[in-house]
Each structure stands twice: as structure tokens, then as C-alpha cells.
Design a protein around this ligand. Sequence first.
Ligand SMILES: NC(=O)c1ccc[n+]([C@@H]2O[C@H](COP(=O)([O-])OP(=O)(O)OC[C@H]3O[C@@H](n4cnc5c(N)ncnc54)[C@H](OP(=O)(O)O)[C@@H]3O)[C@@H](O)[C@H]2O)c1
Length: 271
Amino acid sequence: MILVTGATGTIGSQVVRLLSQQGVPYRAMSRTRTGPNYVNADFTDPASLSAATAGVDAIFLVTTPPTPTPDHDLALLEAAKGVPKVVKLSANGTGERFGGEVMGAWHLVAEQALEASDLAWTILRPTSFASNFLAYSLTDPIPDMLGPAQQAVVDPRDVAAVAVEALLTNAHAGHRYDLTGPDLLTFADQAKTLERVLNHPITTVDVDAGQTLQATGMPPEAIQAVTTGVAWARAGGAAYVTSHVPTILNRPAKTFEQWATDHQDAFTTMR
Ligand SMILES: NC(=O)c1ccc[n+]([C@@H]2O[C@H](COP(=O)([O-])OP(=O)(O)OC[C@H]3O[C@@H](n4cnc5c(N)ncnc54)[C@H](OP(=O)(O)O)[C@@H]3O)[C@@H](O)[C@H]2O)c1
């Protein structure tokens, strides 16, 4: 039995899809969604976590706390004592020092807790998800915080497929993988690809990350974490391609164009 946390989210929903396709028994964790295979639990409610983790063989750990804190990861690890394996979704750049900050400090604390545990752990550090474009309306200029920064955006389906390999086999215990797509792209490159695939004009506008995020009402600590990540990417920190996805999946990593082509329908209501 596999427990998939973040099961209604971008990566967790793909992990659920793959486990379901393969006929692997799983429990999908959500705070509110109900249905076959679903368990309702909240990282802030230890009793619910104990119930969700009871009797499972492995956990896919996805946390999205409202402010950057390892508390959700640590609560899950506390509840999961006795579970043999955890595969954690972390983020690229975690632990690197940039501009006086430690990147992804909250992911780092969780990673270190996992590494110090008796668990068989695997840590996945993906680059930006190709699907982040779904957050934008195509009728307005899309805010470009990254300017000339290149990054090899990764298809969530590839991240999920690697997670499932790590959950179902013993080959990846004790490994930390930086997961990327196959191509270094700027944000404007992605917009041009999407424009071509959708046959719909898409414009971008350069924006300051801090000012743009402040207007969204995000908590200051979260803004600080994102702006540090943006500055790191602008300084070339995310401009790398790794071979982990093709090596682990034994096929090429999916391109941004493939992702855009396969998700055209998701953009139709935005046009
Ligand atoms: N986006 C990127 O480009 C990127 C890149 C690298 C790494 N990452 C990392 O990826 C992770 C996010 O993954 P994702 O995009 O797949 O997540 P997501 O789509 O934001 O979904 C997260 C899920 O977590 C659940 N959740 C939120 N708060 C919860 C709580 N208190 N208790 C239990 N469940 C809770 C929610 O499900 P319910 O509402 O159903 O409860 C939600 O569906 C983050 O750790 C981030 O740092 C993201």
C-alpha cells in the first residue's frame, strides 16, 4: 500500500494515475476530497496523519505549507515511524547559498531529517514544472519574472514517473535526483512554443518578482523565498540539464512542446 500525499495536486495526481494504471494499491491523501482510495488528512492534524499512514509500505511526500516551514514534512515523518520508505518531492537549488540566503531552507531541513532517519529515502529535486504556465491567463500579457534566465523545465508526468519508480523498486534508496527536462529555455522561449502549439498570440511582459508577488497578497516569507529563487535562476543557477529522467525511465525526458501539445485543451477556456 502506497500513501500519496498531495494527491489532488500537480505531481501527486500523476502519481495516483500511474499507480492506478499499474494496479498498485494506493491511498490518496487530501484534506477534503472524498472517493474510492481517498483518505482525508491534514499535515496540521497529527491524529489524521497517523490514520493515513497506518499500514502503508511507502509514502510519496508532497508539502506546500503556506509559509516556508518544514513543519508539515516533520509531522508526516513523525507519524510515519515504522513506514519503510519515503520518496520526497523537494525542489532544485535546495541547500545552495545565494544572496546571503539558503535556498529552499525548509525543504533542506526536511531532506536532512529524512537522510538522518532509518527510512529508505529518495529525494526528488525537480526544476520548474512545465505546467506552471496553466496559472496564467492568455488574454493578458504574461508576467515574466525570469528574463534571460534559462531553465530546463520538467514535465510533471516525468517527475511522477520517477517517483513511482522510486516507490515501487529498491533501486533508488539513498539517492537524491535533480530532475530536469531536456532543453534549456527562457520563459519567453516557452511562451513562443505555446503560441505556436496553440496557434494563439501570447505576449509576455518583464516584471519585478518582488513587486508582482506582493500584489498577490502572498506572505512576506514566501515572497522572500520565491524572489531568492528567481534571482538565483537569473544568475544562471537553474541553467543545467541532467540525465536522471532518461536514465531512470529509459526514454527521453518530455519536451515543453510535448507538454504544451498534450495540454492544449486546458488552455481553451483562457482564449
Ligand atoms: N511548481 C514548481 O515549478 C515546482 C518546482 C520544483 C519543486 N516544487 C515543489 O513541489 C511541491 C508542490 O507540488 P505540487 O505542485 O504537485 O503541489 P500542488 O499542486 O500545489 O498540490 C499540493 C496538494 O497538497 C495538498 N495540501 C495542501 N496543504 C495541505 C495540508 N495542510 N495537509 C494535507 N494536504 C495539503 C492539497 O490537497 P488538498 O487541497 O486536496 O488537501 C494540494 O492538492 C512543493 O514542495 C514545491 O516546492 C514545485
